[in-house]
Design a protein around this ligand. Structure first.
Ligand SMILES: [Zn+2]
Length: 289
């Protein structure tokens, strides 16, 4: 049938479906091109029937290892929720009522250092902030907001800064390769290097030097957390709060305490101490919630 024989109102629909079927054919063609390209590399069998089924799977979004992984995650989530409900029937109803974690965890985004898993904590136990190389910068609204909420509202009693040996962010910071945007972030670790250059360069083994920088970087984050107005105001109103330096070993799964714990304002270096003149300022933030 020619489109001129179709009433005007139906024409658009017909043209659309023709176009859509053309698009589908185009997609098949493109997928086939891609498949042929891959087949040329010798990784996929070339028989026609197999090829068609692979193309169909590709178009349907199947046969994609990432899709399988996501489906697996969703399936495991169902199994996990079922197991938790079986073992602790009130767990989710209690969880939905609110959170009251007593620990803020500041860690690295590295997929191998999942906070709750490595310290066997349950949902609700940790308030977590993670970024590349576990930094707390004085201009990072994300980290500072997490910090304020944790201290002023949740009233956490401990802040754990946990770095890890073999940290890719620290390794990249010690090297001189250009990476683009992330170099601005890594510059903060380079600053730690510069401030401790003589100690670091006294260590000849590069891997040991990286480990030392990992530890110094954790220490620097602990200091930045302690220098923040949020933490100083909490100490000013005598809120119990300790900041700890930890470091996780990828090779043995163990956490080392780095021997740095700060619990009071007088443990902070003099220049960073803030004297709260108007005492109401230190309580206003927490009272307003
Ligand atoms: Zn890392």
């Amino acid at each position: 049938m020619l489109t001129r024989d179709i009433p005007q109102e139906e024409k658009f629909g017909v043209i659309q479906s023709i176009m859509l079927s053309r698009e589908a054919a185009q997609e098949q063609k493109l997928a086939s091109m891609l498949l042929s390209n891959t087949a040329l590399s010798g990784s996929i069998p070339q028989e026609e029937d197999k090829k068609v089924s692979i193309i169909n799977n590709m178009l349907l979004g199947r046969n994609n290892p990432h899709e399988d992984k996501l489906a697996g995650m969703l399936q495991r989530n169902k199994e996990w929720a079922r197991k938790v409900r079986y073992e602790q029937p009130n767990f989710f109803s209690n969880s939905a009522k609110g959170q009251s974690p007593k620990i803020l965890w500041i860690g690295c985004s590295d997929s191998r250092v999942p906070a709750e898993q490595i310290v066997q904590c349950a949902p609700g136990d940790l308030f977590v902030h993670r970024n590349i190389a576990n930094l707390c910068l004085h201009t990072d609204m994300n980290c500072l907001s997490v910090l304020q909420y944790a201290v002023d509202v949740l009233k956490v009693e401990h802040i754990v800064v946990c770095g890890h040996y073999g940290c890719g962010g620290v390794k990249a910071a010690i090297a001189n390769q250009f990476h683009g945007l992330i170099d601005s972030w890594l510059c903060n670790i380079k600053d730690v290097y510069r401030a401790n250059r003589s100690h670091l360069e006294a260590v000849e083994d590069i891997s040991a030097r990286q480990d030392l920088l990992v530890e110094l970087n954790v220490g620097n984050t602990v200091h930045n957390v302690c220098h923040s107005p949020v933490v100083q105001a909490a100490w000013e109103r005598n809120q119990p709060l300790s900041v700890h330096a930890w470091c996780y070993g990828l090779e043995d799964g163990l956490i080392r305490e780095l021997g740095l714990v700060v619990s009071k304002k007088n443990e902070v270096e003099a220049v960073y101490k803030m004297e709260v003149i108007d005492k109401t300022l230190s309580t206003k933030a927490s009272e307003s919630h």
